[in-house]
Write a protein that binds this ligand. Structure first.
Ligand SMILES: *Cc1c(COP(=O)(O)O)cnc(C)c1O
Length: 380
């Protein structure tokens, strides 16, 4: 029997307990049942983001929360700096364009994360910038940005910092309040171990001040509406109740396990996968690799489409290819959420077999062995 294993950086695998919870009979949302459930989910979200701020739960994918965040935080009279280092950071520019938000983009080389010095220079050159947008983990290139350092700078300069943490929150160390991030965004289908359909924006006090100071044309993703309903633990529109139900279960699992442990396991899986790549003679793509997703460069002579097809159809492993200019050039493996060392050893074995099937010179077992060495050390 073939089993299906999802290694794409969203959607990711969902634990059985969460799936079962979501299969329970429908309830109505204007009830004590929903309010009580949402109240618990909210507390757990604050734990996930390491914040005392309000965490607003949008019905929609991560992009809904991105849109709500930037539209609220950049009313007329304010200017955003968007750091672009991949497909997802480009999406932030698109949102700015769609809502005529005053912004400027800073392009940095793909595979690199945003650094304090890049932002400092851009802010020095344009004193109108009072809002900075960075992607913590640029999923398309698997590059890591220095959010902690950037937050220090934006605090110093009195600018707001909006962070796309969609493949960071719940996977990498994220300390919203300690670092001083104003808005952190995530989505349900990455490290939250849920199906797609929920976006979350954790919104700090300085961001709320900005949101309250202006007016922007928005309705469905209006943070103020979400905040108003939150006062009574309600949602402005029908919430994705089934997913909220799943979120309670998934976040309880994370809380019981402890975030530090989850972060450490994610990092271990990334280290093992990078060691496997090296042992197979494959290059890890980014200069600043993140621990939630690993991208490997497809070796010359290997057909990326055929490789993924073999892995998916013959071996039951779904991995991701590249996006935009990286299409056909890289393959990506998720380390987020409901995935462990043994799933990861499995996907590395499948990769070796799919490479061998194409005639790529590979010592079968070399990647698996390299990953196992990392895991033995880390799991002692
Ligand atoms: C997945 C993802 C998004 C959001 O995409 P949706 O399809 O709207 O969920 C945004 N940013 C990053 C970094 C992501 O990985």
């Amino acid at each position: 029997m073939k089993k299906s294993r999802l290694f794409t950086p969203g959607p990711t695998m969902v634990p059985e307990e969460v799936l079962l919870e979501m299969a329970r009979p429908m309830e109505h949302h204007r009830t004590a049942f929903y309010r009580n459930m949402y109240k618990q989910v909210h507390e757990l979200l604050q734990y996930l983001f390491q914040t005392k701020s309000l965490c607003m739960l949008f019905t929609g994918s991560g992009t809904a929360a991105m849109e709500g965040a930037i539209v609220g935080c950049c009313p007329p009279g304010h200017k955003a700096l968007v750091i672009r280092n991949g497909k997802f950071s480009e999406r932030w520019t698109k949102v700015c364009q769609a809502f005529s938000i005053d912004h400027t983009s800073l392009d940095i080389e793909w595979g690199h994360g945003a650094k304090v010095s890049d932002i400092q220079k851009a802010m020095d050159a344009d004193p109108k910038i009072d809002t900075v947008v960075v992607v913590h983990s640029e999923t398309s290139t698997t590059a890591l940005s220095d959010v902690e350092g950037i937050a220090r700078l934006t605090r110093e300069r009195g600018a707001l910092l909006l962070v796309d943490g969609i493949t960071a929150v719940g996977a990498l160390p994220v300390k919203m309040d300690d670092w001083g991030v104003d808005v952190y965004v995530t989505g349900s289908q990455k490290a939250m171990m849920l199906p797609p359909g929920l976006g979350v924006a954790a919104v700090g006090d300085r961001a709320w001040e900005r949101i309250d100071s202006g007016k922007m044309p928005t309705l469905y993703n209006d943070l103020k509406a979400y905040r108003k309903s939150h006062e009574t633990f309600d949602a402005p529109y029908t919430p994705a109740l089934t997913l909220v139900r799943g979120a309670l279960k998934a976040l309880q699992i994370v809380k019981e396990r402890g975030l530090e442990d989850v972060w450490a396991e994610t990092a271990m899986l990334a280290r093992g996968t990078r060691a496997a790549a090296e042992a197979l003679g494959m290059k890890v793509y980014p200069a600043d690799p993140v621990d939630s997703v690993t991208a490997m460069v497809v070796p010359d002579g290997v057909d990326e489409g055929a490789l993924r097809k073999t892995m998916r159809e013959k071996y039951g492993f779904q991995i991701a290819g590249g996006q935009g200019e990286l299409k056909g050039r890289i393959i990506r493996f998720s380390h987020m959420g409901y995935v462990d060392a043994f799933d990861t050893i499995g996907v590395i074995a499948a990769l070796e077999m799919a490479l061998a099937a194409q005639g790529y010179k590979v010592t079968i077992g070399a990647g698996v062995q390299a990953a196992q060495r990392v895991f033995v050390e880390a799991m002692k």
